[in-house]
Ligand binder design. Structure first.
Ligand SMILES: CC(=O)SCCNC(=O)CCNC(=O)[C@H](O)C(C)(C)COP(=O)(O)OP(=O)(O)OC[C@H]1O[C@@H](n2cnc3c(N)ncnc32)[C@H](O)[C@@H]1OP(=O)(O)O
Ligand SMILES: O=C([O-])CC(=O)C(=O)O
Length: 370
């Protein structure tokens, strides 16, 4: 038995949800370029869960359900109030999502109808939790969700406390479409492994959030912004990045396990970053990002991934840096839960093998003899 480091190139499951063959990302057969230009996040979530685009009545029903479930149990909000004020935002989200299960009477109901309903509940409640956490740590009361046409609008409203501008709603909605699913990425694989033991959907999403948190995966978008802030100016960009590359340090937001010729989502986020920067009148982050891309692609051949330009997009939307990865989680909840439903439909325990590299033949020595 020989191990493949990082399971690179291993095909671990079949799935009909999304595909990244030949550098083209599709959700249920629809090209991401088409969806990014035309679909709302709610249409995409429906597509991922149900395998087809919703008609008007189906979409209206989903929006109604998302509004119905968006409020989070008071006990969960009270618990968030007890978190230390400097809690890591992904740790807070992970803990709060896990505790949601305690208050859902159908948490352990494994019927397909209950599981789809729980997927919709999680999709509705995760934005509310993140916005509540963000306000509570500032000493403010959380804002209850209102009846909205979109998760993007409701989230910005609950986070910022004012009705968001249409341009901000559209930008966040498009970012959610772009992040919704991505074949067997690390967090989705994690979710599938968890529920393949026939554990519940809350356990699957809680595990997935833990995997998304890391800077080699979803945590990279926050790390990109930290890097931009550390660089500070366009003049400092070239020496800073050259220094990192000379030290063989990774540049966050570049490279990908599967895409070697570029991530098809990055161009959309780059365009959004430019357009939003023009509106805010601050092109600094965008110009620095372009310069970084020039250097990293020029010297290492590495292309920006989905996390790179999303950092400047979210900053233009006045979203605090440590909420970037939780926003990724809002979007990816649709993909995680679609994969969880698919796993349940045709389940088998996921249990690979390890190539043993330890010592053998040891004999027990009584403790006083060691
Ligand atoms: C939503 C997402 O999850 S997208 C990915 C988000 N993560 C990041 O942006 C973090 C930065 N990028 C990386 O760490 C990697 O490119 C990953 C984790 C995304 C993919 O990793 P892998 O396929 O395992 O590639 P691995 O880390 O082995 O890198 C291969 C080589 O390219 C180099 N490399 C890869 N990414 C980078 C980078 N961002 N900056 C500099 N060098 C890099 C590695 O140092 C390594 O070089 P070596 O062969 O000389 O040792
Ligand atoms: O697929 C991956 O390895 C990471 C990624 O781009 C994603 O999760 O969107």
């Amino acid at each position: 038995m020989t191990a493949t480091k990082g399971l690179e190139g291993i095909v671990a499951t079949t799935s009909s949800i999304s595909s990244i063959i030949d550098g083209v990302l599709t959700y249920r057969g629809f090209d991401i370029d088409d969806l990014a230009e035309n679909a709302s996040f709610e249409e995409v979530a429906y597509l991922l869960w149900c395998g087809k685009l919703p008609n008007r009545a189906e979409l209206a029903q989903l929006v109604q359900d998302l509004n119905k479930y968006a409020a989070v149990p008071d006990s969960v909000i009270e618990q968030i109030k007890t978190y230390p004020k400097d809690t890591n935002s992904m740790a807070a989200l992970r803990t709060a999502i896990s505790s949601l299960a305690l208050y859902d009477p159908e948490a352990n109901d494994m019927t397909p109808e209950a599981n789809l309903r729980k997927a919709i509940k999680l999709q509705a409640q995760i934005p509310t939790i993140i916005a509540a956490f963000a306000r509570i740590r500032q000493g403010k009361e959380p804002i209850a969700p209102k009846q909205c046409e979109s998760i993007a609008e409701n989230f910005l409203y609950m986070l910022l406390g004012t009705d968001p501008e249409p341009v901000a709603i559209q930008a966040l909605d498009k970012a959610l479409v772009l992040h919704a699913d991505h074949e067997l990425n690390a967090s989705t694989f994690t979710a599938r492994v968890t529920v393949a033991t026939l554990s519940d959907i809350y356990s699957g999403v809680t595990s997935a959030i833990g995997a998304l948190k890391g800077p080699l995966h979803g945590g990279a978008n926050e790390a990109v912004m930290a890097m931009l802030e550390d660089i500070g100016s366009l003049e400092n960009t070239v020496p800073y990045i050259n220094g990192k590359l000379a030290n063989k340090e990774k540049i966050m937001g570049f490279g990908h396990r599967v895409y070697k010729n570029g991530d098809p989502r990055a161009k959309h986020l780059q365009k959004m970053s430019y357009e939003l920067s023009k509106i805010t009148g601050n092109l600094n982050w965008y110009n620095m990002s372009i310069k970084i891309e020039e250097i990293v692609t020029g010297q290492k051949g590495l292309k920006p991934n989905v996390d790179f330009y999303s950092a400047s997009v979210y900053t233009s939307l006045e979203i605090p840096r440590d909420l970037f990865t939780p926003i990724f989680a809002i979007s990816r909840t649709s993909g995680w839960t679609a994969h969880i439903l698919e796993q349940y439909e045709n389940n088998r325990l996921i249990r690979p093998r390890a190539e043993y590299t330890g010592v053998s033949g040891q004999k027990y020595i009584p403790i006083d003899g060691r």
